[in-house]
Design a protein around this ligand. Structure first.
Ligand SMILES: *Cc1c(COP(=O)(O)O)cnc(C)c1O
Length: 479
């Protein structure tokens, strides 16, 4: 006992270690280092008390341990993960991944001066979004466009500009909440508008809109219900009919289509997703959608519509606060440019590439990944599963897919030096283990099995995944 107390007394004070040269000369934030030093000392104290350690390392050793700990924690910010969830547009995992060219365009705009608002030919100030506007016109035949931070910002800008101080008529079936606190009624009041709800949750007819219009009505709004679906006895008014009503009464018709597919995604068996060009053709005066959902570009909100309205929006001081930055505009331009060639779009834009994978392709990918894992001594099997588009796009729609499922024996678990428990290793434990990797591998648990859906996994990550899963599931003799 006497001995332990002597040892404990030798543990340096936090302040003394913080003055050690190893710590003072390192580029890590001070509060992170202090925390690491405290944790290292606490751990040492515990080890001495339990008899696991019998000596106190010198200050330099302790300082180095603390620096290493702080450095490993400093990696924990935004970093790459592998998405094995099968959810193509996963809001927690950053939604759409950019194409390589779009990512490069963002990088170049960020790392050097660029023509954000400069017309090189004329040598004078230019338009911030002319480069994307021309593509949007080509793709959708819109009159003009505006790019803001996200679709929530787009709706905010549209309603504040077009309908501020007036009434906005919306069907009760469309008063939705989209993930992350975007509630249609709240946005409407935030814009200084009064909500006029019409119809019922499941049925709204054109007469309901007609009856709600009065001298204070400044807009008819249609919102894609995105993340939920009412089935059964339902009725709603299409944009065509609504646009005709708006036109006859001189009231702008606005549609928030949500996902903003720019190609006909019905070929991927995705039905019921409005696409921008159709909404405009059907007569909507203003249409808005996200850039990082089915479009497959960077996070932004895209507004398309009549010059009359977009000009008003561009003059609204809110636009200055909501407009998109140079990296976003560069990535969006590069994404839209590919849409000129639908085949190239499907090849290069990850969201479209993932949607277009056939069941055969998915099965052979799963088998290939499986082989790579087995070749490294890991245990895994191929399982058929269902992926989803995600992000409120087409709720209820499931795309047939294939997953790999790591198989773990108790033996393998102790070999991979995780907490080995009695009986078989739970899927939860394997899931946690893969999530702890330097590049976390995120899967989904279904019927007590961990699944990694190959639809959302990039082929360039197969080697890493194979190595990690072999490590977690492999028998020691194979390692
Ligand atoms: C996703 C969605 C939004 C919000 O878009 P963000 O780009 O995330 O701001 C708004 N409306 C609808 C209908 C949506 O589906």
């Amino acid at each position: 006992m006497q001995n332990i107390e002597n040892l404990l007394r030798k543990i340096p004070h936090v302040d003394r270690l913080m003055k050690n040269d190893i710590i003072t000369n390192i580029g890590i934030y001070r509060h992170e280092l202090t925390e690491a030093v405290r944790d290292v000392l606490a751990q040492l104290r515990e080890e001495l008390m339990s008899g696991q350690s019998e000596t106190v390392p010198d200050d330099d050793d302790l300082a180095q341990t603390a620096v290493d700990l702080a450095a490993s924690r400093a990696r924990k910010g935004i970093r790459k993960v592998i998405n094995g969830t099968g959810v193509i547009l996963h809001s927690n995992l950053g939604r759409a991944c950019l194409s390589e060219t779009a990512a490069k365009a963002a990088f170049e705009a960020a790392a050097a001066y660029c023509t954000l608002e400069y017309d090189v030919a004329k040598g004078e100030r230019g338009s911030r979004t002319a480069c994307v506007e021309k593509y949007l016109k080509d793709i959708t035949s819109c009159q003009s466009s505006i790019i803001v931070n996200n679709n929530a910002a787009a709706v905010l800008l549209i309603l504040s500009t077009v309908a501020g101080g007036g009434n906005v008529v919306v069907s009760r079936g469309e008063l939705v909440e989209i993930g992350g606190g975007f509630r249609v009624p709240d946005i409407i009041s935030q814009c200084g508008c009064t909500l006029r709800e019409v119809g019922t949750t499941n049925k709204t007819r054109i007469a309901d809109y007609e009856n709600a219009i009065d001298e204070d009505t400044k807009a008819l709004l249609k919102v894609h219900s995105s993340n939920f679906k009412i089935i059964g006895f339902t009725e709603s008014v299409g944009i065509k009919e609504l646009a005709a009503l708006g036109r006859s009464r001189g009231i702008p018709v606005i549609e928030d289509i949500g996902s903003g597919a720019l190609t006909d995604v019905r070929r991927y068996r995705i039905y019921g997703e409005p696409f921008a060009q159709e909404s405009l053709k059907d007569g909507a005066d203003v249409v808005s959608f996200s850039g990082d959902k089915l479009l497959g570009g960077p996070q932004c909100g895209i507004v398309l519509g009549d010059n009359k309205y977009t000009d008003m929006m561009k003059k609204n001081p809110l636009y200055r606060a909501l407009r998109a930055d140079k990296m976003t505009i560069a990535a969006l331009e590069a994404t839209l440019r590919v849409y000129a060639d639908p085949r190239a779009a499907e090849r290069e834009i990850p969201v479209l590439a993932m949607l277009s994978l056939t069941e055969d392709e998915l099965r052979s990918r799963a088998e290939r990944l499986c082989d790579e894992i087995r070749r490294r001594g890991g245990a895994v099997e191929v399982v058929s599963t269902k992926s989803v588009a995600g992000c409120g796009a087409v709720p209820g729609l499931e795309l047939c897919s294939y997953a790999i499922s790591p198989l773990r024996t108790e033996h393998a678990a102790s070999a991979a030096s995780t907490s080995s428990t009695e009986g078989t290793v739970s899927a939860e434990e394997t899931e946690r283990c893969l999530r702890d990797m330097s590049i976390p591998i995120i899967g989904r648990i279904e019927n007590d099995r961990l699944l990694l859906d190959v639809r959302t996994i990039f082929e360039k990550d197969y080697e890493y995944i194979a190595e990690m899963i072999a490590e977690v599931t492999g028998a020691p003799s194979n390692k």
